[in-house]
Design a protein around this ligand. Sequence first.
Ligand code: SF4
Length: 339
Amino acid sequence: MTSLKYTDEIAQETAALYEKLQPQFSHERWEDLAPYIVEINRLKKEKNAVILAHNYMTSDVFYGVGDIVGDSLGLARMAAQSDADMIIQAGVHFMAETSKILCPEKKVIMPDMEAGCSLAEGITAEELRAFKAKHPGAPVVTYVNTTADVKAESDVCCTSSNAYKIIEGLANEGHKRIIMAPDQYLAKNVAIEAKKNGLDVEIIIWEGSCIVHERFTPQDVKDLRAEHGNVVVLAHPECPPEVMAEADYTGSTAQMDDFIKTNQPKKAILMTECSMSDNIAVANPDVEMVGTCQMCPFMKRITLPKILKALQSEGPEVIVDPAIAERARHPIERMLKMS
Ligand code: SF4
């Protein structure tokens, strides 16, 4: 590993970024981070690599070294359009697999192979096959937060922003019973919307969950409103329906980001992962982000030193069996067509 020192040149090169992120990082901390940012940005150019940084990355990664930032599917789609030879996935493992599925010719590197996801680990391909056998004829809609093996067993994928649209599309094709996996809360939220809109469809739910979003409670929202007064509450659809019912706005990370940018509320609370609030606060200095958040231990495994090491060693590489990748690409492409 390169020995990295904070020099006058590095201070100068990162001064504008430090000013932007300054409320989050003490100067002492910045002296540790800045040399990594400079070295990663130098090396990625040299290697024609692109860093995909998910909205839940800490701001040093998100703003310091991220080339393409956003939600999981948006990242992989934009990466496919780039001419980079190598992708460094600053996110979790299923995202790296999705990148590999959509960009098979690129080398995809995961800075920490242990960066998993409770949803993706909540169902295996074998379990999904057994579940399908119990519900013959029902098409399978899987959230993008799944492994390539599980996607390969699916009919259509969905994201938190297009899940309802996909279900509506299948219902309009005449399907009366649809399997949704693995997030029980996303499925329950879609089922509630379907009922509200008079859609004649039964959602068969797999009982997985995100360990971050399932922790929020309706009482949290009530307490935060009592504490912060006139505040806009935004909740992610991986939250339980009772939390969604208390929120002013519900949407995916990209939709929450758009909402804040467009509406510029005075005060806002995001019922989602902590770094999302930090990153939105940086981009929207007139919006006061208040209240609680929950930390994703998987996302937090990705750090600047690990990204640098991944770039230097060009590993560990994420490999998806080409036959599985081919099968997994179909439900993703079908989702893109349907949404
Ligand atoms: S926040 Fe939830 S869904 Fe996202 S990676 Fe962490 S555990 Fe998975």
